[in-house]
Design a protein around this ligand. Structure first.
Ligand SMILES: O[C@H]1[C@H](O)[C@@H](O)[C@H](O)[C@@H](O)[C@H]1O
Length: 646
């Protein structure tokens, strides 16, 4: 379809040289246009090959023209400004989902929150995000991308204000729901918007920057949590209220930033779209891009029709149905690989591996979040080099192996679980299940108990299983480990959620490998791929559904983790995630096509063949076929020989 569309376009000699240069550039360095020097070389080469078309033109003139063209081809900085301002939505997504764990530590003491309320404050946001991501599809279609981003920043600001000023838990819940509504709209709109304004050779990188901002937001949140954790009174107000700052910056920034030109063309506002497109593309010629978007929209309408709800049209039209399955599958497997539980339990895993200082725990979470951020940066760098498919496959393979190592770490720890040697009695005379366990393993799996012990060299001695404090898992309710200051003076250790064993380093290795592999691929690619696989008419709805699936599985995995660990033990839970990741690997191998370097309008054709045949057509990956019309004649650009052109 895109090929037909481009057939209609009259190409000038200049755009022909451009296309040839682009193709050579891809062949030369495998990275579409990212390497400036290679780009320049290829354009000069294209100009040289064009010299046989126009025998009068001297080589010098052509070289000059090619150089001029190359300068024009440089991506204008405005695209980066637009992307960074939109990605603030990603930052807020990361910040608001990450900050709550630290805030809860203070909140539960100050407002006397029970477990139910703590869970409500965490999952209400994710639940609201799931709903508003779905609703965001309709809003994006009707209003456009820009108003949706403005709406999200208003919701973020209002939510932050409510949270910072809250006097009771009900207001807190309201604030968390408002923030969740903002997260949902932002999570589906921002990738779509960036993909629609970015030039094809930078699209993957710019959309991936949004995920970099998500993980950056999570890291920043953990630092803020650490910094304000010392402020026992009202520290949580700063933690939760601070997100208003980037939200306000984004709001005012977006008052001056443009609507997506693709959405405008779809709505018939063609003059405005042309103006914005040339603004975004700097001084490059936009006719080619504009025509291809416009023709594509017209063809789509002819083929699919415009009647009936978009989701029904998507499901009945095979290419979009397939794209939807791939997009939702990617988001589902991202969450089923357990990223949010691994992040959440990272402090425990690190403690388990020998970091005994409890006050360090909160900073350890920051180290994990930073690793996630750092390796997402690697993803930004790799996405236009190796492409989406290879990056996702490599990432998920490593993630699966890391999950197995993590599970083995927990398994080994459980198998050499230390014996409980002391059985103290509860001073209040209440019976607790904790004192009944004879091995640490049972004690660890009971969420109400912890192990208090001493170390003789590296052997656990004088151990007892006792109930945890109601307000904190950092100490015991009574006995030797009830007073944190005694830990140091009496050389006592407290283990909640883990058992001290010589094999704990295996879990640490698993955790590090997990983040190193997950962050560059499985973290960002589901968002990036979803922003580009749907045709314009289905883009908002497709992204709304897949983001909704992401949030739904996020809530599902986090809420079920503790129960899963109780029934299957910790290692069982991580083996289960490894199983899901393995299934995801098969799915991605079979179904995810490569979209690198393609125009958004070309991507639909990747889903024209039967679903899950991408693995088979792997060998076609590098092939680049384009039919163009040069002054009335059709040429096959893969015969990239200027002497063919008359
Ligand atoms: O892509 C993001 C990212 O990887 C985050 O670290 C994670 O918390 C989110 O759930 C995910 O959607």
């Amino acid at each position: 379809m895109s090929r037909k569309a481009s057939d209609n376009v009259e190409y000038t000699l200049r755009s022909l040289s451009n296309l040839m240069g682009e193709k050579r550039r891809r062949q030369a360095d495998g990275s579409a246009g990212s390497n400036a020097a290679a780009g320049e070389r290829s354009l000069i080469a294209a100009a040289e090959s064009c010299s046989s078309i126009n025998s009068q033109a001297s080589g010098g003139e052509l070289e000059l023209a090619a150089r001029r063209q190359f300068q024009q081809d440089e991506t204008p900085g405005f695209v980066y400004v637009v992307s960074v301002f939109s990605a603030l939505g990603g930052f807020l997504f990361g910040y608001d989902t990450g900050v709550v764990s630290g805030a809860l530590l203070l909140l539960k003491r100050e407002l006397n929150l029970g477990v139910l309320w703590q869970e409500l404050l965490v999952s209400s946001t994710v639940g609201a995000a799931a709903l508003s991501a779905l609703a965001g599809g309709v809003l994006n279609g009707f209003w456009g991308r820009r108003p949706c981003i403005l709406l999200a920043s208003c919701l973020f600001t209002a939510g932050a204000a409510l949270l910072a000023a809250a006097q009771d838990k009900e207001t807190l819940l309201g604030g968390r729901i408002v923030v969740g509504l903002g997260i949902g709209v932002a999570s589906m709109t921002v990738p779509v918007y960036i993909a629609e304004v970015a030039p094809p050779h930078l699209r993957g990188r710019l959309v991936t920057i949004n995920t970099l901002f998500i993980t950056g937001g999570q890291f920043f949140a953990s630092v803020v949590d650490g910094a304000f954790s010392y402020l026992a009174k009202d520290g949580w107000r700063y933690m939760l209220g601070l997100s208003a700052v980037p939200a306000i910056i984004q709001f005012f920034g977006f008052l001056f930033l443009p609507e997506s030109p693709r959405w405008l063309i779809q709505k018939g506002q063609t003059q405005k779209a042309r103006r914005i497109l040339s603004q975004i593309r700097g001084n490059q010629t936009i006719d080619e891009e504009y025509d291809s978007i416009k023709n594509n929209i017209e063809e789509e309408e002819k083929e699919v029709g415009a009647a009936g709800p978009v989701i029904c049209r998507m499901l009945t039209y095979p290419p979009t149905r397939r794209a939807l399955i791939v997009g939702c599958g990617l988001q589902m497997f991202q969450q089923l690989s357990g990223i949010n539980t691994v992040m959440y339990y990272s402090a425990t895993i690190l403690q388990m591996s020998g970091v005994q200082d409890d006050s360090l725990a909160i900073w350890l979470a920051a180290v994990t979040a930073f690793t996630n951020f750092l390796f997402t940066l690697v993803g930004v760098w790799l996405v236009e080099k190796v492409g989406r498919r290879k990056l996702t496959l490599g990432s998920l393979t490593g993630t699966t192996v890391a999950l197995i190592i993590l599970a083995l770490g927990f398994l080994l720890s459980a198998q050499v679980s230390p014996r409980v040697t002391l059985n103290p009695t509860d001073p209040s005379g209440q019976n607790s299940t904790c004192t009944n366990y004879s091995y640490c393993n049972g004690c660890m799996l009971d969420p109400d108990c912890g192990l208090c012990y001493k170390l003789n060299k590296s052997n656990v001695v004088e151990s007892s299983c006792v109930p945890i404090k109601k307000e904190s898992t950092m100490a015991a309710a009574w006995g030797r480990c009830s007073n944190e200051t005694r830990f140091k003076t009496e050389e006592l250790f407290w283990a909640y959620n883990f058992c001290p064993t010589p094999y704990s380093w295996t879990a640490l290795l698993g955790l590090i490998l997990y983040l190193v592999f997950f962050a560059p691929g499985m973290g960002p690619m589901p968002w990036t791929v979803n922003s580009e696989i749907y045709p314009l008419w289905a883009r908002s709805t497709g992204n709304a559904c897949s983001s909704g699936i992401n949030w739904l599985f996020n809530v599902l995995v986090s809420l079920t983790f503790l129960h899963t660990a109780e029934y299957l033990t910790y290692y069982g839970a991580f083996f289960l995630y490894a199983g899901f990741a393995g299934m995801g690997l098969i799915f991605i191998y079979g179904c995810l096509p490569e979209t690198k370097g393609k125009k958004l309008e070309e991507i639909e054709s990747l889903f024209e063949t039967r679903l899950c045949t991408c693995g088979i057509s792997d060998s076609d990956e590098g092939r680049y076929i384009e039919y163009i019309r040069v002054k009335g004649s059709n040429y096959h650009l893969s015969d990239n020989d200027a002497s063919d052109v008359e």
